[in-house]
Design a protein around this ligand. Sequence first.
Ligand SMILES: Nc1nc2c(c(=O)[nH]1)N[C@H]1C(S)=C(S)[C@@H](COP(=O)(O)OP(=O)(O)OC[C@H]3O[C@@H](n4cnc5c(=O)[nH]c(N)nc54)[C@H](O)[C@@H]3O)O[C@H]1N2
Ligand SMILES: Nc1nc2c(c(=O)[nH]1)N[C@H]1C(S)=C(S)[C@@H](COP(=O)(O)OP(=O)(O)OC[C@H]3O[C@@H](n4cnc5c(=O)[nH]c(N)nc54)[C@H](O)[C@@H]3O)O[C@H]1N2
Ligand code: SF4
Ligand SMILES: [Mo]
Length: 750
Amino acid sequence: MTITTEAETRTAIRTCPLCEAGCGLEITVKGDEVVRIRGDRDDVFSHGFICPKGSTLKQLREDPDRVRTPLIKRDGQFVEASYDEAFHEIAQRLLPILDAHGRDSAAIYIGNPTAHNLGAQLFGRFVIRALGSGNMFSASTVDQRPKEISSALMFGGGLTIPVPDIDRTDYLLMLGANPYASNGSLATAPDWPGRLEAIRARGGRLVVVDPRRSRTAEVADEHLFIRPGTDAFFLMAIVQTLFSDGLVTAERIGTVHEYVTGLDEVERLSKPFTPEAVAPITGINADTIRRVAHELADAPTACVYGRIGTCTQEFGTLASWLVDVINVCTGNLDSAGGAMFTKAAAGASNTRGTPRVGRGLRLGRRHSRVRGMPESMGELPAVVLAEEIETEGEGQIRALITMAGNPVCSIPNGGGRLDRAFATLEFMVSVDIYVNETTRHADVILPVPDPLSKSHYDLALLQLGLRNVANYSPPVFPLDDEQPDEWEVLARLALVLQGMGADADPATVDDLAIRSLVEHAVADETSPVHGRSVDEVLDELAPRTGPERLLDFMLRTGPYDLTLDDLIANPHGIDLGALEPRLPDVLRTPSGMVELAPEPLVGDMARLERALDERSAAGDAGFVLVGRRDLRSNNSWMHNLSVLVKGKPRCTLHLHPDDAARLGLDTGAPAEVRSRTGAVTIPVEVTDAIMPGVVSIPHGWGHDLDGVQLSIAATTAAGVNSNLLADEMLFDAISGNAVLNGIPVTVTAQ
Ligand SMILES: Nc1nc2c(c(=O)[nH]1)N[C@H]1C(S)=C(S)[C@@H](COP(=O)(O)OP(=O)(O)OC[C@H]3O[C@@H](n4cnc5c(=O)[nH]c(N)nc54)[C@H](O)[C@@H]3O)O[C@H]1N2
Ligand SMILES: Nc1nc2c(c(=O)[nH]1)N[C@H]1C(S)=C(S)[C@@H](COP(=O)(O)OP(=O)(O)OC[C@H]3O[C@@H](n4cnc5c(=O)[nH]c(N)nc54)[C@H](O)[C@@H]3O)O[C@H]1N2
Ligand code: SF4
Ligand SMILES: [Mo]
């Protein structure tokens, strides 16, 4: 027995991996236990800010339901196994399916936590490559794919997304985002609430456009209720006003004007979308639209920021594009207080290669087998996954690998059609930490360490920082003897898929990964290691291995000449300064210009014009459903932590008082909500914070399914799965992205 003494207490510094804010945590550890987690006051970016989820890394680590040992399903029951046994099972059962039916017969689905996970980001790609299937899916097509597409078309990179410089702006127009709950998205910064309040404190103005009066809308100077799914109309009317009122001038646009093509085309496209024409569709009156357009143009600095509400809708790519069109037209792209480009320390495609040279984005290089939906960025839209499993014929999906994803709770009709389709799979592997709604279908579950046993660097999200920051955290705890790191699990899985056998050494994948990265760099004229010997560079990186070696090399060849040792010496992060103008060098478009009117988007405008006519003619359409997020929740997977789910139930139906009165419903009463795809019964919460005719249910709930091993979530905090109602037949045509908001539903008292 060991007696723990005061001397064994230590403090570890670690970035929180739970959301995009990336707060610094100060973790007090005694022996192998977490004693306390609080915000790291010395973190260069978060300065001590933390939300209620940050400290729950302790509960997550200790959760008895978290899977710690590989599981193999035998006669319908999971039994514990070693990693060796689990990989042998995969080799024995998956490879024959691939041999008999081809590589497309297995699909991969990659979920959201991958974006916050260094090992998974660097090694997940080898699983994809080794499988070699065209059936590649991820949570991106139920989220930000429209913004990635509009950014790739306009600026030449899917992650070359301008972020709102909220720390310096005088005017922020925010659509479809609720950072008081989400802590910000595609715009990385801790303490969004503090930063938004600072806009107002310095005399600036915050305007929020949302069908709900969210927490963010509540603190704003102005909140505009908008009919769900109509942001593209609203934004186009702002563009129309800017042009027709003579506000778009070379002088206002400034030096950026030199690097912009397509302004005339945008002006032409905007003509039918007068404020008067879109007012009845959006529910925002024409005078208000005109005023907002003028305010944006006249403010010393201003910025439009749109997030998930503007992406997960029928015109998601157009809305995402128009956000940046307005930023350009009002002279607010690439200048302080406007929409700016981050210059990340590692991994950004817009700091590699030759400025103003790019290949452009090609959409729809192939199409899905059943519905003919276009591929984007190497993936098929998640809304086609169920039908690709169900529909017989060549290319039918018979096997599935999920990595950090819970599509049953996350994809339209996930709780219904997709769940039933998963039950028919011949074989399924999940790399995950819980037996949940999705992974209960798996034949093999490969667990990975908890976050505190993994190192961390936000390779993707720091590319969208509201400041240039670099921050690395080593693991707080060592791995248990039997437990491989997440990257090793993925590397071994890749080797199995390649037919190298279940016992192959993951180090071979690691060595290949770094070698190919170095080979590319020494061949690249713009790289600082251009022309050097590969082996010499590899020697310099020794003895590091795994994600650390790859990260070190990325930092060394990045724009700041940093090394991993520099980051290790600075556990609170390195602040590389406020964002600075990056045009034109940030561009990687074929024209070397900001392409304001890319052909695919111009083409898609016909759809918006048609809808302008049709919707003006249509009357009141009945109820539509939108989602919402809660600060104490994180998509579908943290409801098993009692500290986060205690208190009053959060999975409720928000209903406007007028609608409630008409339907005879009161707070607490059960209502049935029904869509084309399914129905749920859910307690009502009457609130005037939602528009009449709109109802809201948060996603990520519905845990009380057979086979789920979540003792708290499945019993005391089950909720209902809103993705029984979201419809897989509704999508944004150009991106294939799911429509998650504006789902037609009926509501009845039970
Ligand atoms: N109706 C509706 N649906 C939505 C949304 C909405 O607003 N409305 N939002 C959409 C959005 S934005 C997103 S991003 C998606 C999310 O969709 P998904 O990514 O499919 O779902 P998550 O709930 O994030 O599930 C994450 C999974 O990863 C596991 N996990 C957690 N940590 C780790 C780890 O470190 N390693 C591994 N290997 N696994 C881990 C969890 O146990 C869980 O199974 O949902 C989408 N679905
Ligand atoms: N606490 C917490 N934080 C999270 C997450 C979480 O689940 N919980 N998830 C993380 C993930 S994966 C993501 S992608 C981000 C998302 O981050 P945000 O984009 O900030 O997401 P939400 O908080 O859902 O805010 C979206 C808002 O859009 C509104 N909305 C719905 N439909 C429309 C519409 O048609 N038009 C407009 N203008 N608004 C609309 C909703 O009412 C809601 O208030 O949050 C991340 N952070
Ligand atoms: S805001 Fe996000 S990153 Fe910060 S503590 Fe909360 S969950 Fe973690
Ligand atoms: Mo997301």
